[in-house]
Design a protein around this ligand. Sequence first.
Ligand SMILES: Cc1cc2nc3c(=O)[nH]c(=O)nc-3n(C[C@H](O)[C@H](O)[C@H](O)COP(=O)(O)OP(=O)(O)OC[C@H]3O[C@@H](n4cnc5c(N)ncnc54)[C@H](O)[C@@H]3O)c2cc1C
Length: 350
Amino acid sequence: MTDDIWDTIIVGQGLAGTTLAWRLVDAGQRVLMFDPAEAVTSSKIAAGLITPITGQRLALSWRVNEFLAVARAFYASIEQRTGQRFFYERRAVRLLQSVEERMQWAKRAGQPAYQAFLSEMQPEPLIASEVAGSDGGGFEMRAAQLDVAAYLAASRGMLPNETAALDWSRDVVFETSHISVLGHRCRRLISCEGFAASRNPFFPMLQFKAAKGEILTVRFHAPMPERTLHCGIWIAPTAEADVFRVGATYDWERLDQVPTVAARAELEGKLRALVRVPFTVLDHHAAVRPIIYLSEAVMGLHPTHERLGVFNGLGSKGSLHAPWFAKCFADLLIDGAALPDEVDLRKRTL
Ligand SMILES: Cc1cc2nc3c(=O)[nH]c(=O)nc-3n(C[C@H](O)[C@H](O)[C@H](O)COP(=O)(O)OP(=O)(O)OC[C@H]3O[C@@H](n4cnc5c(N)ncnc54)[C@H](O)[C@@H]3O)c2cc1C
């Protein structure tokens, strides 16, 4: 047992745990993280895309201006502290696939909120014809991308952490003034376990509507533009010039991390139909997005264990939402500030 007491121990060093850790460290706390350092997790395989105009309805992402400003400032500050680069402002091209999408876009395109995210000069053509067809029209927008794996690795190098998976029934002991965890003591213990929290005995109230996602990494054998391309699937650049991520599937039934032949065939088929450039698949991964039923996130303190908390449910937009929500939760933990009602664990479950 160490003599010192940690202000907060965080269980899980994914996007949620890492971002909350930085927020608490910024507020002057001593924070320790536990994580088993598995090769494949939702955060480690995520493409990290931040896309302001999304989905078949071409909707503006919820509170995107607010979230993006906070995310940009947060990731820039961590880049500066770690001396590593992982946040990229990127143009993204959306090709329209159907008459419905074209009609939807005709209604949306002129609205000032949308205009603010469109490139001032729309490229003509949007995509070179040797790369992909763009006959159905589309638009180029200002988007961003977090290299999530690089962000996690850089953070792990600077934040105190231990390589261990916590067994909640065995490793957590509630004392009067603190919690004991695997030879450490802390004032607060926060679960940031992603979908693994569905097995956490203290949080049976989390209503997951999680979705397995599969993603490919491919090498193109001719130059591709350094922009993300969305058209049913997305194709996103990486730090390596001709290597791109291609994704992603949604499966609400088989919630495991096993890559499937069917998902690979689906992604490769859509990629071939969209892009004329030959490619080789370098790898194929699957993980479960921690989506909470009808919510963009969920966080807060346990209804009966005041020292225990949870931060989860970042869903498909963790890169955009994590910095803002982690700040909300840190403000609660440090100053007792109220959480937004819609993400407050206690308000959602009482
Ligand atoms: C294929 C795919 C593509 C995606 N693409 C995007 C995208 O383009 N943009 C975007 O914003 N989001 C994307 N996401 C979603 C994004 O990855 C999630 O929002 C985010 O990763 C959730 O982070 P998390 O920290 O909550 O969970 P996780 O990433 O699952 O992290 C949880 C961590 O806790 C650890 N852990 C679990 N249990 C324990 C325990 N008992 N003890 C210790 N450690 C434990 C795990 O090992 C893991 O490291 C994608 C997800 C997938 C699967």
